[in-house]
Design a protein around this ligand. Structure first.
Ligand SMILES: *Cc1c(COP(=O)(O)O)cnc(C)c1O
Length: 389
């Protein structure tokens, strides 16, 4: 294959152990939406289940169904708002539902039965402005849900808007609102959760100081965060590498233009490698003129516009390394733990690592390695059969 993403499940094991230790009494809820941020939801989920993780989250019901059909047996919360006519999918596949409005609560109350209850996580909008009940409306809605035979009050939760910013005071404001709401409840949810990766790393214990807390970690499982400084607060390891092969080599004379728009020209005799990767694979076009790759042990610039299926790398003078060391079929590293990193690619593309890994297209094959030894048995992992391999 011209381009391959390899995922290190051993590094994933290391990351979830690191996060679980940081989360202390809170259990990790592993966020696996968008195919585990492009890493492959099923292999990631199986590895995490093997590490004792019992709580998972996805964005949409079909993502939860996919995990159930792969044999995952933990709790799966669908974070997005439900459509009332899709609630049977939740009961059929044992998915937990987000209740984000009074109307959704009524639909959940009507649909759930004592034989087939719906497990509801009531979402409170404390300042994100995306989904959720206003704190003023929530106690009455939660009271009615808790009283319904066909509903299990599985959770009450909220989501931070600025937890990635270490200096923001807004998470504390959101927590003030959330705690005030919790004080007004006359029902006890199975669990309470607020923290994403950012809050786990910047807000600290207050974001998990609840009875039966969870932390909803996504990007940190994959060894990343919104910014490198945030990721480096814990010894996380990026779990994905993207590599592409050289499909063509040539030496060009000074002045020779390269790629669409002829925006780059060689200033000296140059060895140019064409790589089999482009924006059709998720390697962002906006990184044109900025990106570097690692090839033959050196970092070399991507030159000219990144195309849909290819991009070009300047190996420099044709009579010197690395040009003399590169043959057709050799691999270049586009990102990986040793650099360039996914954070670098995100910078070049003026975005965050989340978008880089989510945008890796389905035509890029994912391969998996698992080097770390398995976790020793824990009381958690023995209560639940591991999913079938
Ligand atoms: C995606 C998501 C998360 C996980 O966020 P990370 O920053 O990746 O840890 C947590 N909660 C909600 C509601 C989300 O949508």
């Amino acid at each position: 294959m011209p381009v391959t993403a390899s995922v290190d499940l051993g590094a994933l094991r290391h990351n979830v152990r690191t996060l679980q230790k940081c989360a202390a009494d809170a259990d990790v809820m592993a966020v696996l939406k968008a195919d585990a941020y492009g890493h492959g939801a099923v292999p990631v989920a199986r590895t995490l289940a093997d590490e004792g993780v019992r709580h998972f989250a996805v964005a949409r019901p079909d993502e939860g169904v996919h995990l159930r059909e792969a044999g995952l047996s933990g709790r799966i919360l669908v974070l997005g708002a439900p459509f009332p006519n899709h609630l049977s999918v939740y009961t059929r596949h044992d998915l937990d539902v987000t209740v984000s409005s009074a109307d959704a609560a009524e639909a959940v109350r009507t649909h759930g039965t004592s034989a087939h209850p719906l497990r509801a996580h009531v979402k409170i909008d404390t300042g994100m402005g995306r989904l959720g009940l206003a704190p003023a409306d929530a106690p009455e809605v939660i009271h009615r849900l808790a009283a319904a035979d066909g509903v299990v009050l599985a959770g009450v939760w909220t989501h931070f808007a600025t937890a990635d910013a270490p200096d923001s005071s807004f998470p504390q404001t959101q927590l003030d609102r959330f705690e005030a709401l919790l004080d007004r409840l006359d029902a006890t949810p199975e669990c309470i959760h607020t923290a994403n990766t950012g809050a786990l790393l910047t807000v600290g214990p207050r974001a998990r100081d609840f009875p039966r807390p969870l932390v909803r970690t996504g990007i940190s499982l994959y060894g990343l965060a919104a910014r490198p400084a945030l990721a480096s607060r814990l010894p996380l390891r990026p779990i994905m590498q993207l590599r592409a092969r050289v499909t063509h080599l040539k030496t060009v004379a000074p002045g020779t233009p390269i790629s669409y728009g002829a925006t780059w020209r060689a200033s000296e005799p140059s060895r140019i490698a064409t790589l089999g990767v482009g924006y059709g694979d998720g390697y962002p076009r906006l990184a044109s003129g900025r990106a570097v790759v690692r090839i033959a042990g050196e970092k070399r610039p991507v030159v000219g516009t990144i195309c849909m299926d290819m991009c070009m790398v300047n190996l420099g003078p044709p009579d010197r390394p690395p040009a003399t060391d590169v043959s057709v079929g050799d691999e270049a590293l586009l990102f990986g733990p040793e650099g360039p990193t996914m954070h670098d690619v995100a910078d070049w593309a003026e975005t965050i690592p989340y978008e880089i890994c989510c945008d890796l297209s389905s035509r890029v094959p994912r391969t998996y390695t698992d080097t770390e030894p398995k976790a020793p048995p824990t009381p958690h992992s023995t209560t639940e059969a591991p999913p079938a391999p």
